[in-house]
Design a protein around this ligand. Structure first.
Ligand code: HEM
Length: 405
C-alpha cells in the first residue's frame, strides 16, 4: 500500500524558503507525514513529522546502503575511508568507537576551560571595537581553535585555510543536483587540499605524537590500528561535521535570542538556563536541516511500504517543529528543556546510531560563547534589519550577524 499523494506542491529546497523555511515545512507536514519527492533525479520520500523521522533514524531497517550497493543517492563522502557518517554497521561502529573516546566526560571537561579562554580573548577584542560580527569575530575563530587546532593538532596559523576548505566542503554537501559546476569543483579541490594537509600532519604525528585525537588515532593508542588513509578520512569528517554546524549553532541561536528580547532577558536573569536554551536553539532553528537514509530491507513506516533500496529525506528541522510533539512548536521558549519534565529530544543532533558524536563539544563551544556575551555585553543588540543566509540547504546558517554592544 502506498500513501496518497497530498494535493499540495512543495519544494523543500526552493530559494524562496531560505529566510524562513518553517512555514513551508509546516504546510507539507500538515499535509502528509510522508511526501513523494525527487532528489538527484531519483524518486524519494520526504519524511516530515517527528514520530516518522524518529522511526527512520532509530530503525534497524534503515541506514545508508552504500556498502551493499543499494543507495539511490550520490554521495562523494561515502567513498572516503574512515568517514563513517554514511556507513552502516559493523564498519560504522568500529570507527565511531575510536572517535567517541575523544568525547568522554573527562576529555570534554578538559576542553571547557580551553573554550572559555578562547572566547574571553575574542570577546575582549570584539568589545573594544563597540560592535562586531558574531560569526567572523567569534563563532568562526572559536570553531577553528577547537576543532582543527585543538582536536586535530593543526597549526593555528593555518586557521584561514581550514575555514575556506570547510566552507567549500559544507556547500558541497548538498545533493549534487542542487549544486552548480563551480560548487562541485570547489568541493573536490578543497577536499583534496585538506586531505593533503592531514596527510602531512599524520606523517609528522607518527614521528612526534602529540596529545590530540589525530595523534591517538595515528599511533593506535588502543591497539586498534587504522591506515593512514582512514585517519585522514576521519579527520576530514570531524572538520566538516564539526565546524559549519557549531558555527551555525552560535549564529542561529544568538539570532533567535536577539529576536526574542523577553527570552534574552530571562536568560540574563537565570544563567543556569544556558544549557536548556542551547537545546531550544537546536530545536527551533537547527544548523542541520535534514539527512538521508535508505531502506536496508523491505519495511513499513505507518501504512507506507518501502522496498529495500528506497531512499528517504528525513526533514529533521521540520520534525523539531512538529506540534504533535512540541506544544506551540513555533514559539522560541528557552525553558522548554528546563525543569523536571523537559520536552522530547529535538532532532538537531539526529537520533540513533549516527547521533552526533561531537554534541558535547558543540555544547561547550556554544555555551562558552553565549555565557561570555551575557556576562560582558549587557546591551547586546542586532545591528541590522536584514539577515542573509548561506546558500547551503543541509546546513542552515547566516552569512553574518552584526551586533552592537
Ligand atoms: C551544533 C553543532 C552540531 C550539530 C547541529 C551537529 C549535527 C549532527 C547531526 C544531525 C548528525 C547526524 C547525521 C545523520 O544522522 O545522518 C551528526 C553526526 C556527526 N557529527 Fe555532529 N553536529 C554538530 C557538531 C559536531 C562537532 C563539534 C563534531 C566533531 C568535532 C561533530 C561530529 C560529528 C560526527 C563525526 C558525526 C557522525 C556520527 C556517526 O555517523 O556516527 N559534530 N552531527
Amino acid at each position: 500500500m502506498s500513501t496518497a499523494v497530498p494535493e499540495i506542491t512543495f519544494d523543500a529546497f526552493d530559494d524562496d524558503h531560505r529566510a524562513d523555511p518553517y512555514p513551508a515545512y509546516r504546510r507539507v507536514r500538515d499535509a502528509a507525514a510522508l511526501f513523494p519527492y525527487e532528489l538527484d533525479g531519483v524518486p524519494v520520500t520526504l519524511v516530515t513529522r517527528y514520530e516518522e523521522c524518529a522511526a527512520v533514524l532509530t530503525g534497524s531497517d534503515w541506514g545508508h546502503g552504500y556498502a551493499a550497493g543499494i543507495s539511490p543517492f550520490r554521495d562523494t563522502t561515502a567513498a572516503i575511508p574512515g568517514s563513517f557518517v554514511r556507513m552502516d554497521p559493523p564498519e560504522h561502529g568500529r570507527y565511531r568507537k575510536l572517535v567517541a573516546k575523544a568525547f568522554t566526560p573527562r576529555m570534554v571537561a578538559d576542553l571547557a576551560p580551553v573554550a572559555g579562554r578562547v572566547v574571553d580573548e575574542l570577546v575582549d577584542t570584539a568589545l573594544a571595537r563597540g560592535g562586531f560580527d558574531v560569526l567572523e569575530d567569534l563563532a568562526v575563530p572559536l570553531a577553528v581553535a577547537m576543532i582543527p587546532v585543538r582536536l586535530l593538532g593543526a597549526d593555528p596559523a593555518d586557521g584561514a585555510r581550514f575555514r575556506e576548505w570547510q566552507l567549500a566542503i559544507a556547500r558541497g554537501s548538498d545533493p549534487d543536483s542542487l549544486l552548480d559546476e563551480a560548487a562541485v569543483s570547489a568541493r573536490t579541490e578543497a577536499a583534496l587540499a585538506c586531505m593533503g594537509y592531514f596527510g602531512e600532519l599524520v606523517a609528522r604525528r607518527k614521528r612526534e605524537p602529540g596529545t590530540d585525537l589525530l595523534s591517538q588515532l595515528t599511533v593506535g593508542a588502543d591497539g586498534e590500528s587504522l591506515t593512514e588513509a582512514e585517519v585522514i578520512g576521519m579527520s576530514l569528517l570531524l572538520l566538516v561535521a564539526g565546524m559549519e554546524t557549531s558555527i551555525n549553532l552560535i549564529g542561529n541561536g544568538l539570532l533567535a535570542l536577539l529576536r526574542h528580547p523577553d527570552q534574552l532577558e530571562t536568560l540574563r536573569a537565570r544563567p543556569e538556563l544556558v544549557e536548556p536554551a542551547l537545546d531550544e536553539m537546536l530545536r527551533y532553528d537547527a544548523p542541520t536541516q535534514f539527512t538521508i537514509r535508505v531502506a536496508l530491507n523491505d519495511t513499513v513506516i505507518g501504512d507506507h511500504e518501502f522496498k529495500r533500496g528506497d531512499g528517504v529525506v528525513v526533514l529533521t528541522a521540520s520534525a523539531s517543529r512538529d506540534d504533535r510533539v512540541f506544544p506551540n512548536a513555533d514559539h522560541f521558549d528557552i525553558t522548554r528543556y528546563a525543569g523536571p519534565r523537559p520536552a522530547r529530544k529535538h532532532l538537531g543532533f539526529s537520533l540513533g546510531i549516527h547521533y552526533c558524536v561531537g554534541a558535547p563539544l558543540a555544547r561547550i563551544e556554544a555555551a562558552a560563547a553565549v555565557r561570555a556575551l551575557l556576562d560582558r555585553a549587557p546591551a547586546l543588540r542586532l545591528d541590522t534589519d536584514t539577515i542573509e543566509y548561506r546558500p547551503s540547504l543541509i546546513h542552515r546558517g547566516v552569512l553574518s550577524l552584526p551586533v552592537k554592544v
